[in-house]
Design a binder for this molecule. Structure first.
Ligand SMILES: NC(=O)C1=CN([C@@H]2O[C@H](COP(=O)(O)OP(=O)(O)OC[C@H]3O[C@@H](n4cnc5c(N)ncnc54)[C@H](O)[C@@H]3O)[C@@H](O)[C@H]2O)C=CC1
Ligand SMILES: O=C(CO)COP(=O)(O)O
Length: 346
């Protein structure tokens, strides 16, 4: 069987995952819609806008032609921003074969439909949601390409597919765990970006480590609360896709979500912040979706609620903090519903 694998799109994370795959496989095709970017990757072996100063392995072959990228491949990894995943999966469909493994590494929802990425991709490919494997966890592209030790999780209810994805990516620098909870892993990866925006806001306002620890802890509580309500395994949220990714995104200056939050906290307007980033900040659109989900399910997500009002309703970050600190007195264990508590203690 061919040792060719394919990554669909050449942003920061797609290119970084291509470098991991290039260490394990003879040919890695990297698809981009931009001819000048494909030429740069093939000729100079760089992708300077997304990963400045990084030399890419010579066995990464960039192309703008989907058929060339996909035909004969044993696995396709979709790494577009959530807003582009449906379009990319749609373009993939004519060349898609059922025996190809499909993995995605996108952290977000489709805003218009509030659907998860595995749902969107399976709709376009005409396969079952469980056939898609999600790759997530604490993994900044900038560190992965420097071969800093990194751990991620690959999740699918179909364990054989999760194991196949593990086999594709794992090496001494990039350790991969499997998990069956595709739903929980996808929710955790998307929702942590909201809390990372909040941590950036807090730092931008000049608050300290206490505030950030509170945001991370109570943020994880609301992510777990809504995740469990939607059917995820509570333990997923203390794993790599949950706690792990929350910590790395909310505390690292590599994080676009943290950086955007920090600029907002310093008083810059949202449109200026987004113009200056030049890369996707998934947490903005995810905040809209999570806010709508929390209203629809009647699940309290107080931090998400405040960040929604700061981003879209003109509330000042300081007023948002006052609102959070002035909430009714609570018991900490409301993080888990009584029903879930009883289920885990019966
Ligand atoms: N950068 C990172 O360290 C990590 C990113 N992620 C996730 O990976 C996803 C992608 O993020 P990045 O690569 O960082 O974004 P990026 O902003 O670095 O690159 C996005 C790329 O997608 C392309 N693109 C956008 N829409 C497209 C479409 N419809 N068709 C074709 N190409 C399209 C853009 O031209 C750009 O090249 C996001 O969901 C992000 O949360 C996950 C883990 C780490
Ligand atoms: O998900 C990430 C790291 O695991 C990347 O986060 P940002 O999109 O905030 O850079």
């Amino acid at each position: 069987m061919s040792d060719k694998v394919t990554v669909l799109v050449a942003g920061s994370w797609g290119t970084a995952l291509a470098t991991v795959l290039a260490a394990n496989h003879s040919e890695v095709y990297l698809w981009t819609r931009k001819p000048e970017q494909a030429a740069e990757i093939n000729e100079a072996h760089t992708n300077h806008h997304f990963l400045p100063g990084v030399k890419l392995p010579g066995n990464i072959i960039a192309t703008t032609d989907m058929e060339t990228a996909v035909s004969g491949s044993k696995a396709v990894v979709i790494v577009a921003p959530s807003s582009g995943v449906r379009q990319v999966a749609h373009s993939l469909k004519p060349f898609w074969k059922e025996d190809m493994l499909c993995i995605h590494a996108t952290k977000g929802f489709e805003t218009e439909t509030m659907k998860r990425m595995s749902t969107v991709i399976s709709e376009e490919l005409g396969c079952s949601e469980g056939d898609i494997v999600v790759l997530s966890g604490p993994s900044h592209a900038e560190e992965v390409v420097r071969l800093c030790p990194t751990t991620v999780v690959v999740a699918s209810p179909d364990e054989s597919r999760a194991k196949a994805a593990q086999g594709l990516f794992i090496n001494n620098d990039f350790r991969v765990y499997t998990n069956r909870d595709q739903l929980g892993v996808e929710l955790a990866g998307a929702l942590k970006n909201i809390i990372a925006l909040g941590a950036g806001l807090s730092d931008g306002l000049g608050f300290g480590d206490n505030a950030k620890a509170a945001l991370l802890t109570r943020g994880l509580a609301e992510i777990s609360r809504v995740g469990v309500e939607m059917g995820a395994n509570p333990l997923t949220f203390s794993g790599l896709a949950g706690l792990g990714d929350l910590v790395v995104t909310a505390t690292s200056q590599h994080s676009r979500n943290w950086r955007a939050g920090s600029m907002l906290g310093q008083g810059q307007p949202l449109n200026e912040v987004l113009d200056s980033m030049g890369m996707v900040v998934e947490g903005i659109r995810t905040t809209e979706v999570a806010y709508a989900i929390s209203l629809k399910l009647g699940v309290q997500m107080p931090i998400t609620d405040q960040i929604y009002h700061v981003l879209f309703k003109g509330r000042t970050p300081r007023n948002a903090v006052e609102a959070l600190m002035g909430r009714d007195r609570k018991t900490e264990m409301e993080a888990i519903s009584q029903e879930t508590w009883e289920q885990w203690h019966s």
